[in-house]
Write a protein that binds this ligand. Structure first.
Ligand code: PLP
Length: 446
């Protein structure tokens, strides 16, 4: 699909971002030149996906599209039971309606914001057990998304199994910079989950990119097929949630995979209430067909090589220009280290948001803050939470931009970097929602 790219001037962008209350989510797409806000639902579908859409079966119950998707889910993930949902957070909502109760604990590697939102909304606690090295932005480590097994076991030891809803491992670890989780780490988490009688769920949005990193970085996997690697990853878990808008390269869709029929049955009731009947769950037949096809395309080695190397091209350019970025480069995005990029801005003035605003006004490049705004307030103390890292994420949509566009983005970041000494003030909050505030926040420039 070919789409227009909208040109604009710096003066126009300064006016638009002010009108948007300095929240990049409030910008209209035509006010953006290159949109790296997210890689979620922004990919371009293939000829085969569009063709599959034409064959969508829109029957309420038992549509052939549902069975196509069921077969693809089984082939790619190995899970026998599955429920379609309209996107990843809907999968979380349905599954957590069964698993998460008030006062529970949900350990894992860094929970994604909607995952954490669903946990905290139920008055349960997400405990981040990511390896410490993930906060080190420069040391090369092949699997910075890993769970620290000792931290996890301490949580499992300190709490009765009925207080722990499940363990959630997010692959790749988006919040920690799109960093992969190794197969051996997933296997060990699986062992701990069995030892302590707690369910193990994989948040699988970028499972194929994770499988690719296992193939190229973990001993013993170089000659294995991406799909075999993915199936092995899932074989250690009791279930999965999926935002199909990432590695299944569709614009909308999600699902839950289950090993256990009983959990599937319990979740089915919630799926009907929140999403739709079991054989469509918030998706049209044509969307399920596109998703089934996308699961196969997203796990093709050639596609993954080209995607991940395009992301790395952006990272390499950043390094060439001396710009502080998280390393190794993430699978879906490059993360700018805002604390080093704009050291003059105090954390209370949200340096990563300030950097994202500068980058937008400079070149019309829309990125997203992954820092204190996204970290929200502590639900008990209501104080701002300051995560170790304050990042700006440049997420690359799948099969959308050319390397030329990537070079344009790199030049825009470089221009901001060259005048960084003159950027000394950030933003202050003028309005915020009680939870997941970054989506709708209103800000003022200081
Ligand atoms: C790791 C992870 N989990 C869950 C989600 C939520 O998925 P969705 O946006 O489809 O609701 C996302 C979305 O960005 C994600 O990155």
């Amino acid at each position: 699909m070919v789409e227009p790219i909208y040109q604009s001037t710096k003066l126009q962008r300064e006016k638009w971002i002010k009108e948007a209350s300095f929240n990049l989510f409030n910008l209209k797409s035509e006010q953006v030149v290159i949109d790296l806000l997210t890689d979620s639902g922004t990919g371009a579908m293939s000829d085969r996906q569009w063709a599959a859409m034409m064959l969508g079966d829109e029957s309420y119950a038992g549509a052939s599209s549902y069975y196509n998707l069921k077969e693809a889910v089984k082939n790619i993930t190995g899970f026998d039971y599955f429920l379609p949902t309209h996107q990843g957070r809907a999968a979380e909502n349905v599954l957590f309606s069964v698993l998460v109760k008030e006062g529970d604990i949900v350990p894992g590697n860094s929970h994604f914001d909607t995952t954490k939102g669903h946990i905290e909304f139920r008055k349960a606690k997400a405990v981040d057990c990511t390896v410490d090295i993930s906060a080190d932005t420069t040391t090369w480590h092949p699997f910075k998304g890993n769970v620290d097994l000792e931290k996890l076991e301490n949580v499992l030891k300190a709490n009765p199994a009925e207080k722990i809803s499940c363990i959630i491992v997010t692959v790749t670890n988006n919040t920690a910079g799109g960093q992969p989780v190794s197969m051996s780490n997933i296997r060990e988490v699986g062992k701990l989950s069995k030892k302590y009688g707690v369910k193990f769920i994989i948040d699988s949005a970028r499972f194929a990119e994770n499988a690719y990193f296992i193939k190229i970085r973990e001993e013993g996997y170089a000659d294995k097929d991406i799909r075999d690697i993915a199936r092995e990853m899932f074989s250690y878990a009791d279930g999965m949630t999926m935002s199909s808008k990432k590695d299944a390269i569709v614009n909308m869709g999600g699902f839950i995979g289950f090993r256990d029929e009983e959990l599937f049955r319990k979740a089915s009731t919630f799926n009907i209430i929140y999403e739709g009947f079991l054989t469509y769950g918030g998706m049209s037949g044509r969307d399920m067909n596109a998703l089934a096809q996308g699961l196969y395309e997203g796990t093709e080695l050639q596609y993954l090589e080209s995607r991940i190397s395009q992301v790395a091209l952006l990272g390499t350019k950043m390094k060439e220009y001396g710009i502080p970025v998280l390393q190794p480069f993430g699978g879906h995005a490059i993360f700018l280290n805002a604390l080093e990029f704009l050291p003059n801005i105090p954390r209370e003035e949200f340096p990563a948001q300030a950097l994202a605003i500068e980058l937008y006004t400079e070149g019309g490049v829309r990125a997203v803050e992954i820092g204190a705004l996204m970290a929200d307030r502590d639900p008990e103390t209501r104080q701002n939470r300051y995560p170790e890292l304050e990042l700006v994420r440049l997420a690359v949509p799948r099969r959308v931009y050319t390397d030329n566009h990537i070079e344009y983005v790199a030049a825009s970041v470089r221009n901001v970097f060259e005048r960084r000494a003159h950027i000394n003030r950030g933003v202050k909050i003028t309005w915020e929602a009680p939870i997941m505030r970054h989506f709708t926040i209103a800000l003022e420039k200081l």
